[in-house]
Design a protein around this ligand. Structure first.
Ligand code: KIV
Ligand code: ZN
Length: 527
């Protein structure tokens, strides 16, 4: 009996939330995270109350293996899962990576649709069926908790799908996942597929049925819920709906729909919904993938009421236009926290209260930056401190550290950047002209540390709080070959934040170059 199976046995309306932000989400272009960032997200997912964390695809690279392994050591409540194709090497890597976890799962998959079997696998259906039995049987030698997925299930013929599922359960799979891999299904059809499985697979009572829906037609959440209404008791989803192409079903939308519409969808999850906003924001900051302002649940406008009629209704009774409260997803006003005259002790105790325990050097740098910020900005909010501290924490022990920047800009060129940085303890300064101040800064960094193969993919600025004196939070995404990295920087001066963000991204690229396994299996990285 697996942990998930047990939970559903005790409460038949319990829906297991299987989060794949760190696997299906992370593998989409531009969303890659380093080890530190994955650990931070895994910690937040565990606190959020997800039942299963799919932590990665261990065979894909040494970095993926290490991330799954470190997450397995750290996670306290959730089951930690590693993905594997129907190959012994994959399954062995997944089994070894998840070993330290208290509750561990191997998720193994193979394509079952005629299109995939012929063109992707070049395998006959009987060989696929054999691979199902073989892979699940082998996975069970590492753990009792094995999930089997029929990739492209929504385009698989019913008879063959049922035979594969029956074989997987017979071999020991305790979760059967039905992916709509290409986001092709529509809700009634996807729901009917799940119902058909319950009708036709004789041993289906020995496993949980799971949904895994992609959002190519914008139907991932609707399809997942149709699956639940027809008996599925696990939903695979990601924070902010990140994932391949148009993404996966968004965790926050699934969970808040079940909670808000429990009258017609009487199902429960274990999610502590007040932690949704923090988890969503952290992911956006790490990946540089902001959510659209009108995104359900976590968009900036999701709880904003702009029109006069709506505001009037809200003042009379909030339920006129609000079906859930902002507090229920953890959206609270950023508190005013510090003033210009706040001292070192008050600053330290505020940081501790917010969960930051910085080392001496980082604390000193953060305090100096806080004082400078307080000189420029009348009011310092919690969000300002979070931006400042996150910026400081990510900079500890970096190969290149920002020191100072002077810019000349305006209509009469040339625009120049006069930049000083520390590179491995040595101070380096350059003065460079550019096509505008941002171009001049990035050129200056490139002059100090040439990296001609790298391409700038994204440069994004957003204000941490309101007001013209708000801090800017800048995200820079660089790519080099198949490697993508995101860097962040925050400062009251947008150009300083830009320099910090670019340096942060470059440091990550340098680290990635030296840590990556040259044998990385590219096709393995994109199941
Ligand atoms: O979309 C998909 O089919 C997948 C499988 C690996 C489960 O992500
Ligand atoms: Zn997927």
């Amino acid at each position: 009996m697996t942990r998930a199976f047990d939970k559903v046995q005790k409460d038949p309306n319990r829906v297991i939330i299987f989060d794949t932000t760190l696997r299906d989400g992370e593998q989409s272009p531009g969303c890659s995270m380093n080890l530190e960032e994955k650990l931070k997200m895994a910690q937040l997912l565990d606190e959020l109350g997800v039942d299963v964390i799919e932590a990665g695809f261990p065979v894909a690279s040494e970095g993926d293996f290490e991330a799954v392994n470190e997450i397995a050591k750290m996670v306290k409540h959730a089951t930690v899962c590693g993905l594997a194709r129907a190959k012994h090497a994959d399954i062995e890597a997944a089994g070894n990576a998840i070993k330290p976890a208290e509750s561990r799962r191997i998720h193994t998959f193979i394509s079952t649709s005629p299109l995939h079997m012929k063109h992707k696998l070049n395998m006959e259906p009987d060989a696929v069926l054999e691979a199902v039995t073989d892979s699940v049987t082998f996975a069970r030698t590492f753990t009792d908790d094995v999930e089997w997925s029929a990739e492209d299930a929504s385009r698989t013929e019913d008879d063959f799908l049922c035979r594969c599922i029956e074989a997987a359960i017979k071999a020991g799979a305790r979760t059967i996942n039905i992916p709509d891999t290409v986001g092709y299904a529509v809700p009634a059809e996807y729901g009917a597929k799940i119902a058909m499985i319950f009708d036709r697979v004789p041993n289906i009572d020995q496993a949980l049925v799971s949904t895994h829906c992609h959002n190519d037609l914008g139907l991932a959440v609707a399809n997942s819920l149709a699956g639940v209404q027809n008996g599925a008791r696990q939903v695979e989803c990601t924070i902010n709906g990140i994932g391949e192409r148009a993404g996966n079903a968004a965790l926050e939308e699934i969970v808040m729909t079940l909670r808000t519409r429990s009258d017609s969808l009487p199902y429960e999850t274990n999610i502590e919904t007040t932690k949704i906003t923090k988890t969503s924001k952290t992911l956006s900051t790490i990946t540089g993938f902001g959510v659209q302002p009108n995104k359900a649940i976590v968009g900036a406008n999701a709880f904003a009421h702009a029109s006069g009629i709506h505001q009037d209704g809200m003042l009379k009774n909030t339920q006129t236009y609000e079906i859930m409260t902002p507090e229920s997803v953890g959206l609270t006003e950023s508190k005013l926290v510090m003033a210009k005259h706040s001292g070192r002790a008050a600053f330290k105790s505020k940081l501790l209260e917010m969960g930051y325990n910085l080392g001496d050097n980082a604390f000193q740098d953060a305090f100096t930056r806080f004082k400078k910020l307080a000189d420029k900005k009348k009011e310092i909010f919690e969000d300002d401190l979070i931006a400042l501290i996150e910026d400081e924490v990510i900079r500890e022990n970096e190969h290149m550290r920002f020191l100072s920047l002077q810019i000349t800009a305006g209509t009469e060129g040339p625009q120049t950047a006069d930049l000083c940085v520390m590179v491995d303890g040595e101070k380096k300064c350059v003065k460079v002209e550019g096509n505008g101040p941002v171009d001049a800064i990035f050129k200056a960094i490139r002059e100090i540390e040439p990296h001609s193969e790298a391409r700038l993919q994204l440069y994004q600025v957003h204000a941490v709080t309101g007001g013209t004196d708000a801090q800017a939070e800048v995200t820079v995404r660089l790519s080099e070959g198949d490697k993508f990295v995101n860097g962040q920087g925050a400062d009251a001066d947008t150009l300083v934040a830009s320099a910090r963000a670019y340096i942060h991204a470059l440091n990550k690229l340098v680290r990635k170059r030296s840590s990556q396994n040259p044998q990385r299996m590219q096709e393995a990285a994109t199941p």
